[in-house]
Design a protein around this ligand. Structure first.
Ligand SMILES: Cc1ncc(COP(=O)(O)O)c(C=O)c1O
Length: 398
């Protein structure tokens, strides 16, 4: 059965970053190093696994498939901990005047001094959980703005990290605006993961945290280089960080980055078609709840405008099929728990790999070595159970 998708090969793609490149001003090497030092010092930090899925690679007609599995990241279920938690402690430290180390703030050793400070953010779920986790460790207060469609399970998880919750009747983008307004009025530290509200500093730190995914992946690949990279996007911060970090490190040897979004929340796809930041064409109603963004992050767009090879918009069935497939794999591959948004990149690959025209457009062949980002596990177990029909723990038990 084929899953509906749209594919747009980026006419502005610059294969070799160079003078036209927009990466270094956005993914700043010193900031990458600072994020790495801070995050590797977090209590409980360890690199997440990179799985090699030979059975599925054979089925898809490619040489190699790797999946970077973020389901176990710092016990929070998604890669977001790398960005939101890091940016929260970074901003708290800046507010203190920088006279303590990030490690001290992250471990709560400055809790008396940050106890009256509040960090805040808007979220579809995972970013808020990450920010609340970072604030709690530091000993600061946290308020998280949730748009209407975010599930109660996700709200409970964030509140469980000690955050106050503000429900906004509207969309994610409206929650972003409301949060930015309250932050301005109350002097809160806004840990935004998108740069269109509240300035560039926080989203920049967030993206530098995400770039750790590339460091860990390259360590695990020990010299092997993927030809393609499939990465899911909401506002584009994750995609820009991983595509940008690969291009910074590997220049013209970088994998071709393919951005995957929900059909109804295709703001990056539309931006690529129009050659400038443009809103999503759909109503944002998607099972890939964490990717339901109407507007791109301008900071991310600076990298993706010429750094992404192609953009795809995927039907919801693409993500749910990939979740079920990962849970019951073939050919000796390990079972994997991928959440709805976490499975989007694999779903995008599965959709295009079965379509001759798309394969040709992307240069996908039996010689291709593809990396996909499994950006979350079962971050809402009830929803996972409804879609896959099994408990996440039962899937992992095989
Ligand atoms: C699991 C998951 N994957 C991918 C993304 C997309 O990240 P970005 O909004 O930076 O594009 C998100 C964002 O919340 C997410 O939670």
């Amino acid at each position: 059965m084929t899953v509906p998708f749209r594919l747009h090969v980026n006419p502005r793609y610059a294969p070799a970053p160079g003078s036209v490149d927009d990466i270094d001003p956005v993914i700043v090497p010193e900031r990458r190093a600072a994020a790495r030092t801070a995050i590797t010092g977090f209590e409980g930090y360890q690199p997440t696994p990179l799985h090699r899925l030979d059975g599925l690679a054979g089925t898809l007609g490619i040489e190699t498939l790797w999946l970077k599995d973020e389901s176990g990241r710092l016990g929070l279920g998604s890669f977001k901990a790398l960005g939101g938690a890091y940016a929260a402690v970074h901003l708290l430290r800046e507010r203190l005047g920088g006279d303590v180390s990030i490690a001290d703030v992250a471990a709560g050793r400055a809790s008396v001094r940050v106890g009256d400070m509040t960090v805040c953010c808007a979220t579809d779920g995972n970013h808020g959980l990450a920010v609340a986790w970072g604030a709690r460790r530091a000993g600061a207060k946290c308020t998280v703005f949730l748009p209407g469609p975010v599930s109660e399970g996700r709200e409970r998880a964030i509140a469980g990290q000690g955050a106050d919750i503000v429900r906004i009747a509207g969309s994610y983008d409206e929650a972003v605006e409301a949060c930015a307004e309250d932050a301005r009025a109350r002097g809160w530290l806004l840990v935004s993961d998108t740069s269109h509200a509240g300035g560039d500093e926080a989203p920049s730190r967030v993206m530098h945290g995400y770039a750790m995914l590339v460091d860990e992946t390259r360590d695990a690949l020990s010299g092997a280089v993927p030809t393609h990279l499939f990465v899911q996007a909401g506002v584009g911060g994750l995609a820009a960080a991983v595509i940008g970090a690969f291009r910074q490190d590997l220049k013209s040897d970088s994998p071709k980055g393919v951005v995957v979004e929900p059909m109804t929340a295709d703001c990056l796809y539309q931006s690529a078609v129009n050659g400038k930041p443009s809103p999503a064409s759909g109503d944002l109603d998607t099972v890939m709840a964490c990717l339901a963004a109407a507007e791109v992050s301008p900071l991310a767009w600076q990298v993706l405008a010429r750094g992404a090879f192609a953009f795809t918009a995927l039907d919801d069935d693409g993500a749910t099929d990939a979740m079920r497939f990962a849970a019951a794999p073939i050919g000796g591959d390990p079972p994997l728990v991928l959440g709805e948004s976490g499975a989007a990149s694999l779903g995008g690959l599965m959709a295009v790999a079965g379509d001759a025209e798309a394969r040709e457009a992307l240069g996908l062949s039996e010689a291709s070595r593809v990396l996909v980002i499994g950006s979350e596990g079962a971050t809402d177990p009830d929803i996972y159970r409804r879609i896959v029909g099994r408990d996440p723990a039962a899937v992992m038990a095989g």
